[in-house]
Design a protein around this ligand. Structure first.
Ligand SMILES: *[C@@H]1O[C@H](CO)[C@@H](O)[C@H](O)[C@H]1NC(C)=O
Length: 429
């Protein structure tokens, strides 16, 4: 009884699915690239191919036996003197069918340099002497992720990580994680809006958790069409160092990255330069001059996650700046940025002290200057107190004034940020 029932259901399903014809084909193409909409049929000497988009004919091609001999692709089109000839030529810039493939039963339509407006349902209709054949193609257009950028901001009066992704479609999925993971809620705020082309601009931010200075914050982004997850993470620190003393700038790869490559670079204001690259496959590191004279990387330790850079005989003038270490795999980056401040022995006049052979006399000079200034300040204070007489003011009043000044300054800084212009017109279609 139940066996018969199953059979009836099965036959019903067969008849229904054959009635509907070939199922819809889903095609995903990348924006600005050429895209092929597939359509195949039983080859015949005569075939008329029509392509429709949302029931409007957009391309027609007629194949004749005589014209079919040559395998030339574009020439065959020119020979036909049909009404559609001109129309075909006009749209030829945006789409084409290859006549050589049609003779082999392949009527796929190529759309050139597609945009978001090309999304939708297409239908191919082939008429041959054997009958008609049709197929639906659903085209999705994707503007893929090329990367994400992560910045640490103190603009709002507190520290926060800001992750930005630009020009993607459809809207991506953004999530945050920490290494090591924490049970605390990160509460990310993610904003997306469309630009003029309809592509998404994404901005996601998290406040850094208090009392957890060694946490790594990971911004994770995936396309809603699937594909790999892209991640970025960032750590920042500052090192104050003395000129002439070798310095090791630390950088440790997080455990979640699998045999990453390593790159060190330097920047100071508008000045940017590449220091060195370590290739994880070859195990070789190459440094660019003039950095090769000052830096050293222990290549044997990099596979174990230690990418620390040794800076030899650092100079205040040349080596103060921001050192960026980036561990990366195809879709993941981990960045450590170290702000290195190299104190010249005399502080201000670095150029002069560089020519000196020994550092010690200048230290004494600095100490002498500080003592002299202190003495001068003390004398000044005594004179001031004497002049004021009984209206004695303690110098401890000053810090209060300073903090009050800071509050005012902070308020001034946060104000423009509160009214940050975000067009939250998230038109997710
Ligand atoms: C149709 O032709 C295109 C272009 O050569 C090819 O990529 C595609 O695989 C062909 N389809 C079939 C079913 O042969």
């Amino acid at each position: 009884m139940s066996a018969i029932h199953t059979w009836v259901c099965f036959l019903l399903w067969i008849s229904l699915s054959t009635q509907k014809g070939t199922p819809d084909v889903m095609v995903t193409c990348f924006i600005s690239e050429d895209c092929r909409l597939p359509c195949n049929f039983q080859p015949d000497s005569e075939a008329t191919i029509e392509w429709f988009r949302q029931d409007v004919m957009i391309y027609k091609f007629e194949q004749d036996e005589e014209e079919n001999d040559g395998d030339d692709e574009e020439e065959d089109n020119d020979d036909s003197s049909s009404e559609e000839h001109l129309e075909q030529q006009q749209v030829a810039g945006q789409m084409f069918i290859s006549p050589a493939l049609v003779s082999r039963g392949n009527a796929s339509l190529v759309l050139k340099k597609i945009g978001l407006k090309d999304r939708g349902t297409y239908r191919c209709q082939v008429t041959t002497s054997k009958g008609q054949h049709g197929a639906n193609v659903i085209l999705r257009v994707e503007a893929p992720l090329h990367g994400l950028s992560l910045e640490l901001s103190r603009m709002s009066g507190y520290e926060e990580m800001i992750c930005t992704i630009n020009n993607v479609y459809p809207h991506p999925r953004v999530s945050w994680d920490t290494e090591p993971s924490t049970f605390e809620d990160l509460r990310p705020v993610t904003r997306m809006h469309n630009n003029k082309q309809g592509l998404f601009m994404v901005n996601s931010r998290v406040k850094l958790l208090k009392g957890r200075p060694n946490l790594i914050y990971i911004c994770k982004v995936t396309s809603s069409y699937g594909g790999p997850a892209w991640t970025a993470s960032l750590k920042e620190r500052e090192i104050k160092w003395t000129q002439g003393k070798d310095l090791t700038i630390p950088c440790t790869s997080p455990s979640y990255l699998d045999s990453p490559s390593l790159e060190w670079s330097y920047s100071n204001g508008p000045q940017h330069s590449h220091i060195l690259t370590y290739d994880s496959r070859s195990g070789h590191s190459t440094s660019t001059p003039p950095w090769n004279k000052y830096v050293e990387l222990d290549g044997f330790r990099v596979p174990f996650g230690d990418g620390s850079l040794r800076l030899m005989d650092p100079k205040n003038s040349k080596h103060t700046g921001s050192y960026t270490c980036m561990f990366s795999t195809q879709y993941n980056t981990y960045t450590e940025r170290t702000n290195v401040i190299i104190d010249g022995p005399s502080g201000a006049k670095a150029g002069e002290t560089e020519t000196r052979a020994s550092d010690k006399p200048s230290y004494w000079w600095v100490a002498g200057l500080v003592i002299a200034l202190l003495a001068l300040a003390l004398v000044g204070l005594l004179v001031y107190m004497k002049m004021k007489g009984n209206r004695e003011k303690k110098p401890t009043n000053d810090p209060e004034e300073v903090t009050e000044l800071n509050v005012v300054k902070d308020a001034a800084e946060t104000k423009p940020n509160e009214s940050s212009p975000f067009t939250e017109a998230d038109t997710d279609r």
